[in-house]
Write a protein that binds this ligand. Sequence first.
Ligand SMILES: [Ca+2]
Ligand SMILES: [Ca+2]
Length: 426
Amino acid sequence: MARSAGQILEAVQNETMRFRLAALLAVLGSSYALIACASHPGMESRPLERQAGQPPASTSKGTRGEGVPAFWIRPGYRVELVADVPNARFLETDDKGNLYVTRPDAGDIWTLRLKNGKWQKVGTFTSGRATVHGMHFVDGWLWFTTSGGVFKGRDTNGDGVADEIQDICPEGSLPHGGHWWRSIFVVKDGFFTSIGDASNISDLRSSDREKIWFYSLDGKTKRLWSSGIRNTEKLRYRPGTTELYGWDQGSDNYGKGFGEQTGRMQPITDQIPPEEFNLYVEGGFYGHPFIMGNGVPRQEWLNKPGVDIIQLANDNRMPARASGPHWAADGWCWLTRPGLGADLKGDCLVAFHGSWNRVHKAGYRIERVLIDKVTGQPIGEQMLVGCLTDDERVLARPVDCTELPDGSILWSDDQFGKIYRLSLAK
Ligand SMILES: [Ca+2]
Ligand SMILES: [Ca+2]
């Protein structure tokens, strides 16, 4: 049957419509394919997120001294560059105006003094001590650790070089390797030191590792203080109390067993576990390697002989505060003076070294932890200095912070070998 002109026109229109529909479906199909790929392992992880807590650079309203990179600085604060010290790790001051800086790679401790607004090296306190790290100055002695020992030294003629050093725990008497950053905190009748996990999540319950020990002052006897820690690099009492606090670094690659692609697509590991600000009580168990952060079990320990995960979870003491995932809390200090503002006195400052086990970097900052003035509990956090750019470039890796007599703060950066001073802007 012959078709009318109208029928032919309709057929052509239908064909055109079918073609358009097919084209539209093709476009939709490829879009769907793109969406599907984007949520599939092997493709990119989620875009740079603000939930990591890094505010945009444009909101930085603090002030910077000469030579200070484009840090994010909270309004009302100032950061100045005050020393160049390659591999600067932990910081400690004494009662004579000296600043000590450990350099574990070089194996020495530098002594610096303030001259014309800069901290300048006056001597090498001690050398030949690979992995030298934690320090505490008490009653004229600088106590310090290596991975394998605990020592104390003093400079009797003021040249910044130790004239006497005593072995408290001789080199090699503490376990080397793994998390080797040995803490030291000296009190009236002894000292605390911590020994971390040898790797990521080892069951080392029957060894000296993953524990905080309390030693007699001569190092000859020790007793267990706390267990279930992974890597706590610094311990201190909360001012005016004998509450022993420390930051413990959470474990890595939690999501790997669920099928994540490490470094590319790890949405579980990126968020879990948090870093822990722990109140370490005698006899307390803090979960590692079985229980993470706020009570999350690691799946690797399910149905393992000798591992009663429910009992371990029941025994676990929760963090006083759980902070950002993989932010890597190294050193920290209490604010005992009102130098950063009257309302900060009694708070804690933390140097977050920054993540390696996240797709997008996080941490890399000096953070204030607010302490409730009535209860003494940590109740919140606030970034004072951020060391990542908007596009995740690293401007510094903070390691430790310490309070000066005027209440300002010195903090170290081991990536670029700098020491900065944080103070109220004038
Ligand atoms: Ca000397
Ligand atoms: Ca814990």
